[in-house]
Design a protein around this ligand. Structure first.
Ligand code: AVI
Length: 327
């Protein structure tokens, strides 16, 4: 999610040309006001996201890990047994570790490439994966499509590629951006390569609401930490007592939205972005979108980008779909 700027929602990532301060300035001036979703993942934000993944109300990670555990051999078999593995946005590396868990023995090492714009995220994931026997880890601090191209440039003849795009990361892109990203990924792959992709599905609103506004307040902290980050990095004076986490289901767009709501009329200074902001009570800063897919049509989304589904596995309780598709 940290590598493209969605069309209308909160920017999922920085562009190559804008500095963080410039990007924040442009998005906070916009109406509705926005902040870049990739900025959620500083060191504290990444730890809070890890905590979210353990919450009983956030089933995505558990469901995906269980599906990977159950189907790992089928996935690796279809991917060519010893594929070169690329993960886009690896998080803490746990999901890929589930897939690669026994790379030991006399077989050649699994070559694993991790791509993310955040060096901090890559450090955590590579440390975890390097502990596995028979796994050689390479990191690429780059936007997804750039890192993927780097990986494909060093491919050896006959080697197949397995691209992993897990954890519903696709959901953090607006549909046109998601389509363009999938096409970019397909463009970097060759026939015989495979894509392993997770997608969170539309489900009852109460479940979504609990997942994005959990009773422990961890997701609220994850969202509000964006303001802590702006205070630290851009010298802003956001008063955390005067903003609140707000998670809403947008049924027309089929997405959960995270916002930060101003609880009062107030003025905030962000000197690092040369901004003075006047908020009225109830005004929001839109920080993230999480699109939810329909299992019946996700295959079509992949097909339109040039992939054909090999197999898909669904966790019915969690409403989560893991799909293996051929390039
Ligand atoms: C990383 N991404 C798939 C998460 C999601 O569900 O959209 C980020 C998240 N936001 C709130 N909770 C988790």
């Amino acid at each position: 999610l940290r590598d493209r700027v969605p069309v209308r929602g909160p920017a999922a990532a920085t562009t190559a040309t804008l500095t963080f301060a410039e990007e924040v300035a442009a998005l906070l001036r916009d109406r509705p006001r926005r902040l870049p979703a990739h900025a959620l993942y500083d060191a504290l934000g990444s730890s809070l996201f890890d905590a979210i993944c353990h919450l009983p109300w956030y089933p995505i990670t558990r469901a995906e890990t269980a599906l990977l555990q159950t189907h790992r051999l089928a996935i690796l078999e279809a991917a060519g047994r010893r594929p070169r593995v690329v993960e886009l946005g690896p998080g803490n590396g746990e999901k890929l570790a589930t897939l690669m868990q026994d790379g030991s023995g006399d077989d050649p090492a699994f070559d694993v490439h991790l791509v993310d714009v955040s060096a901090t995220a890559l450090d955590a994931a590579s440390a975890r994966l390097r502990r596995l026997p028979g796994v050689a880890v390479h990191t690429h601090v780059a936007r997804y499509e750039v890192g993927l191209r780097e990986v494909t440039l060093s491919r050896t003849a006959g080697e197949t590629l397995l691209v992993a795009f897990l954890g519903s990361n696709i959901g953090n892109f607006d549909p046109p951006e998601a389509a363009a990203l999938l096409q970019d990924i397909r463009g970097a792959m060759e026939r015989g390569d495979t894509l392993l992709i997770g997608a969170d599905l539309v489900k009852p609103v109460e479940q979504l609401q609990a997942a994005y506004d959990d009773p422990l307040g961890v997701t609220a902290a994850f969202n509000c930490n964006l303001l802590v980050r702006l205070n630290r990095e851009l010298g802003a004076d956001f008063d955390l007592e005067h903003f609140a986490h707000d998670a809403r289901w947008n049924s027309r767009a089929q997405r959960m939205e995270m916002h930060l709501v101003s609880l009062a009329q107030q003025r905030v200074h962000v000197p690092g972005a040369k901004l003075v902001l006047d908020f009225h009570a109830g005004e929001t800063i839109w920080t993230e979108s999480s699109y939810k897919y329909e299992s019946a049509t996700f295959g079509e989304t992949l097909w339109e980008a040039g992939f054909s589904t090999i197999a898909s596995w669904q966790d019915q309780d969690a409403g989560f779909l893991l799909t293996l598709a051929a390039a």
